[in-house]
Ligand binder design. Sequence first.
Ligand code: FAD
Length: 455
Amino acid sequence: MIPDAARQEFEDLLGDRFSISPSIVEQHGRDESSRPPCPPEAVAFATSVDEVAEVVRICARHRVPVIPYGAGTSLEGHVHAPHGGLSLDLSRMDRIVAIHDEDLDAVVEAGVTTANLNRRLADRGLFFPIDPGAEPTLGGMASTRASGTTAVRYGTMREAVLSLTAVLHDGRVIRTARRARKSSAGYDLTRLLVGAEGTLGVITEATVRVHGLPEAMVGAVVSFPELEAAVQTVIRTIQLAIPVARIELLDEAMVDAINRHAGLDQAVRPTLMLEFHGTASAVAEQAREVGEIAAELGGSDFRWAADAAERERLWEARHHAYFAALALRPGCRVVSSDVCVPISRLAECVLATKEDLASTGLTAPLVGHAGDGNFHLLLVVDPDDPDERERIEAFLDRLVGRALAMDGTCTGEHGVGLGKRRFMEAEHGEAVEAMRAVKRALDPLGIMNPGKVLP
Ligand SMILES: Cc1cc2nc3c(=O)[nH]c(=O)nc-3n(C[C@H](O)[C@H](O)[C@H](O)COP(=O)(O)OP(=O)(O)OC[C@H]3O[C@@H](n4cnc5c(N)ncnc54)[C@H](O)[C@@H]3O)c2cc1C
């Protein structure tokens, strides 16, 4: 419970940016998953690091849980408030503080979105490559260690974040590193906070790497008679170190759903969507090499999308895969689950998963950032059908068990939240105890997004 004294202090500090309005509170208690909402008691909209620090100090004084909130696009119950408390919304901290063209980095407040950052960078011939399908904030992306279709070439938030400014449990403000590209100075607190899901501190500012816009970008689509051939094409491409910028795998169910949703006419077969970045001659060379691998494995209809508008249409359709799956069964929700395995095990994992899926009768198109060994199942669930929900949970247990048996992970990019806590012991064993020790050290009162990540 937020005590009356704390409410008064929040109001004095924030005025009408402290809210207990049912609609605002409700909106902050749900994400994009199928999980029922679990709202906080109140929402605070911060506009500066000093305000964040003061809000956290009040929370600490009154033992109020504080749940950082970016755009609420996460998928595993990350922003739910099972212990009540305060949702601390960072979306109004949306200033781009600096763009250092010469150093290829940008300093942004936590609430800046990728779309806004890219709009500003484009004027300078730069871009920020990490592109989750929704429109998240950089603070949320750092906190979930997010990635997306381009991680195969540019890495994930783990690689993108150079430094963070964060507020700790007692309101102290720390900066985890300078802007230097590398440093051997001390513990890597940047990497500790990246992926911490708000359980160790509140990120208020991030310094991220940016990249020069490539001279040429070319997209391509190729389809295959069998899913295995498509996956083998990915594996060979990666093993041959062809620097693809994107290599996305879609099974036929996913292609069909996207065709219907986006009005495309792709052949309804296992498909790879590709993109190549570089000089004109480099992209032509990369595309030729991948085209040859695909052709050897039976790929056909290798279609080019050199024209920017056509390429954007294809990637927009891919980014709307979640909504395309949702449209398959009106009134249903989507459970989007991702696992990631070493690339050499990808075909085995995908094929065993498809076989398992076929035996369950569930609707679940498959789509994935396959170049990283990462794939998603978009499980369409009727929220009023407990039996279907149970079958999905059992399927997810088997999916994660399979990925872990291949030395993979229960989540390549969506994070743990509430949904994947049950797999943490199986994945990390004794290391979970070390994580608990870190949590106790950095959040001794247990107020930072309690109940998340650790089982
Ligand atoms: C259609 C769709 C497609 C998606 N595709 C991808 C994808 O390709 N790749 C991918 O990685 N993810 C994907 N996601 C998931 C989601 O977009 C990411 O998890 C994203 O990083 C969440 O950012 P957010 O700003 O919405 O954070 P929120 O959902 O608001 O918060 C996520 C977590 O981070 C914490 N947090 C938020 N801001 C801060 C902060 N400033 N300081 C400390 N903690 C904070 C929250 O407490 C919570 O635990 C997708 C989601 C959807 C709906």
